[in-house]
Design a protein around this ligand. Structure first.
Ligand code: ZN
Length: 282
């Protein structure tokens, strides 16, 4: 995601300023994530909200508003999901680990699976055990679709060898883990999944930010690659409208982290005030 300020055109009506985290989805389209607004005392005056100040007089408070909504769930789905379904980062996954017994009708398997489940639960891991009659393939597909970060498989052979097999949802990697080390290894594997998802999303973002020096170039880059196009901008709404009309992109934000790509605005050639990010948004 890229942190920055919205242009006057894109900011919340009535706000003095709107700040945003612009997220890049897997398909390289933009999604406005959480936003916050600074209202000054406009709204408190309009709604006659007052407080008694230190001077014992009625004052209008200066207000802010913070919006982190269910849209963030959509962002998680679109930033990390794949063709097999959800891929949830362990830190927000309601179920972090599913224990799946293999050949659970064989003696001792369910008992051992229950033991693992209890040990992981005691280690404060959000874990579930699927001892239903569904087939192994069905169970694996089910939790894959639900995006559970880690699947722990345990069968008669594994028990004989004192191990189980942990399978990562993000890359399918299998790790054989000694049963005695499970409560240490699982948190480490969850951390690895978390980091892996972050790295992948960050790489997608970093690799799809392109600098342009004219509307034509911006349009070409967007059509070819998607992603965010960065240009210099004079600050004029006319140029924003021109970019929308000619290149189909809206301004996403004026990033806090500024670079000087040029002296002049990519749209009109007049002196530039800011570097701005453009994109196609959901
Ligand atoms: Zn301009």
């Amino acid at each position: 995601m890229v942190r920055g300020r919205k242009t006057d055109k894109e900011k919340f009506a009535g706000a003095e300023a709107t700040y945003t985290v612009e997220c890049m989805m897997k398909d390289r389209k933009a999604l406005q994530g959480a936003t916050s607004h600074y209202f000054g005392d406009k709204f408190s005056r309009a709604y006659d909200v007052t407080f008694t100040g230190r001077d014992n007089k009625l004052q209008y408070p200066f207000q802010t508003s913070w919006g982190s909504t269910t849209r963030m769930i959509g962002a998680v789905i679109m930033a990390h999901g794949d063709n097999n379904g959800l891929v949830l980062p362990p830190q927000v996954a309601p179920i972090q680990v599913v224990v799946v017994p293999v050949a659970q009708h064989k003696p001792g398997v369910l008992e051992k699976a229950n033991e693992l489940y209890a040990a992981l639960k005691a280690a404060n891991i959000r874990v579930t055990l699927d001892d239903s009659d569904n087939s192994l393939g069905w169970k694996c597909a089910q939790y894959e679709m639900k995006g559970v970060p880690l699947r722990v498989e345990l069968g008669p052979k594994d028990i004989e060898n004192g191990v189980c097999v942990a399978v990562r949802r993000d890359n399918g990697e299998k790790t054989t883990v000694g049963l005695g080390e499970l409560t240490e290894q699982v948190p480490a594997l969850l951390d690895a999944v978390q980091q892996g998802l972050f790295d992948k999303a960050k790489k997608n973002l970093d690799e799809h930010i392109y600098a342009a020096h004219s509307i034509e170039e911006a349009k070409e880059l967007q059509e070819k690659n998607g992603g965010f196009i960065k240009t210099m901008w004079c600050g004029d709404v006319e140029c924003e409208l021109k970019m929308k009309e000619q290149a189909g992109m809206s301004s996403r934000c004026i990033p806090f982290h500024q670079e000087k790509l040029d002296e002049v605005c990519a749209c009109c050639g007049r002196p530039a005030k800011h570097m701005i990010f453009w994109g196609i948004a959901y």
